[in-house]
Every structure is written in C-alpha cells, then in structure tokens.
Design a protein around this ligand. Sequence first.
Ligand SMILES: O=P(O)(O)OC[C@H]1O[C@@H](O)[C@H](O)[C@@H](O)[C@@H]1O
Length: 297
Amino acid sequence: MPAYEQSGRVFLEHDKGASVEVLLYGATVISWKAGGKSSSAPTERLFVSSKAALDGSKPVRGGIPVVFPCFGPPSHPQHLKLPQHGFARSEVWKFDKVLSDNEEVSVQLNLEPNASITAKYDKPFRLAYIVKLSDSQLTTELHVTNTSETESLEFQALFHNYIRGPSNDVLIFPLQNVQYYDKTVLSEEEKNTPKTETRNGVDVRSYTDAVYEDAPQKYEVKWPKTGLELKVSALKDLVVWNPQKEAGSKIADMEDGGWERYVCVEPGFVRGFATANPGCTWIGQQVLTVIDVSSSL
Ligand SMILES: O=P(O)(O)OC[C@H]1O[C@@H](O)[C@H](O)[C@@H](O)[C@@H]1O
C-alpha cells in the first residue's frame, strides 16, 4: 500500500523507492528518503536528533515541525498564552485521507480546535496539512481556514526543515542583498535593526539564527556532491538556523555534535502576520527537490 496509517504514524511509499514518515503528533515529517533524478539509492534527507522525543511529550527535535500560529516567542496580542512556535507542532493531528497514490503519493492531515488549544487560543480555525511524495521531491502544504464569519485571522506559519547535511560545508543561495534580522545578538535594539546580507552563499560555520525578510522564495542548499532546492509559495521569509556548539550544547534533546549534521532552512511568513479573511483559506507551500550529484556545484 503506498500510503497508510500505523501506530500514530503515516507512511508514504513511492514505487521508485522514495518514502516519507509523518508523526500524527505535530504532523511532523520525521523521515524523507529520496534519491536524485539520476542517482538511484534513496537516502535520508532530514535530520532527527537521536535524543528527540517521538512519543508526543515534546516537539520533535528534527524533521519538519509545523510552526503555527506564532513563530518564536509570541508577539501578537491573541497569541500571548502560546508557547514558542505555537501549538501545531505539539498537537495530535488526524489522518484524514489518501489524496493520491499514483505517480505522486499524497495524504492529508487535519487539526481543529480542541480543549487543549482553546484553553490558550480561542480563534476559530481549521488546519489541513498535505504531504506529497514523488520520485525525488517532497511537497508540504499548510492550509489555514478561517472559520469565523466576521473576524479576520492573523497568524504566522513556517516549515521548520532540519535538512541533513554537513553543516560546515553547506552554502545557501541566493540571499545576497536580502535584508535580515540577526537573532544571535544580545541587545533587543540590534535584534530589531535590519542588516543586509553581503555573502553570495550563506554559510552556518558559526552560530546562526537569521530571519531573511521578503526573500526570493526559491533557494538552493548545497554542499559538495548534493543538496536540495526549495521552491516556496506564500512564505515570504526565510529563517536560517544552526546553533553550532555554542548554543547547540545547551539544547537538552540535541545529540552531541548534532549541529554538525544539519542546517535548518525554514520558509515561513514570520515578519508581520499573514491574514485569512472570514471564511477564506490561506495556503503556504514548499517543494523540496533533491539536487543531483551531476548538477551540483
Ligand atoms: O528549540 P525550538 O523551540 O525548537 O526552536 C529552535 C530554533 O528555531 C528557529 O526557527 C529559531 O529561529 C531559533 O531562535 C530557535 O532557537
């Protein structure tokens, strides 16, 4: 069977060998194995810390957690009771249906308000998360429906991709001349003062936590021999995060040296707020494609 649910997880299997595993907890994609168009063996493309909790006790340290409705500590008055990065990554989603099982295998998961959500967030909404797998591509799509008939819904959303790769060799393109906010600095004033990226390829060899605003929505994350291309829609910003030892060694569920094995490249709408009008649905999408050995660097 190309897509099925088992023990709190949804499995997608493509007939050319690619596969995906999604935890219902947080709708977190915890594995994506794929080869490139010309290289055959499917290999793991996402990083999950060996110390990550996968039992629903805390958000997963790795894979692709879904961030909604706030990014980082809440700033919107309607979000103030929420934890960092909101609730979507720490609620159990429902497996709704298999949407397609041909050339592309795709499934839909849903999340609606429940008692634990309404205790801290009382806005009416419905979320759908669509995960599509093809030969060398993974697409994730978040649908945010505002079920209110009268009030607009304001939110932030982001795909927190932990991309598996040798972080000291990774370069991210093309962010040159894009304005960004550096979250590694201590002073609030400096955090809120935009800088302009001067590098052609952005590296994460030192502790990096940067929010690129109005970024180009098409990126390459490359290292010798391979990498990923990310194409994005409706997610205007890009976060690049790697804690290196300096901050990574203080993260309880980060495996020792884990920061050497991934880079977080996270497309989102996180500067300001996206809006869904009453009765309307907002859709944010990313398409991750394996860059072939033959076409790399
Ligand atoms: O530890 P968390 O809540 O999963 O967040 C991890 C990181 O997520 C990134 O998206 C943020 O920019 C960082 O500031 C944050 O440290």
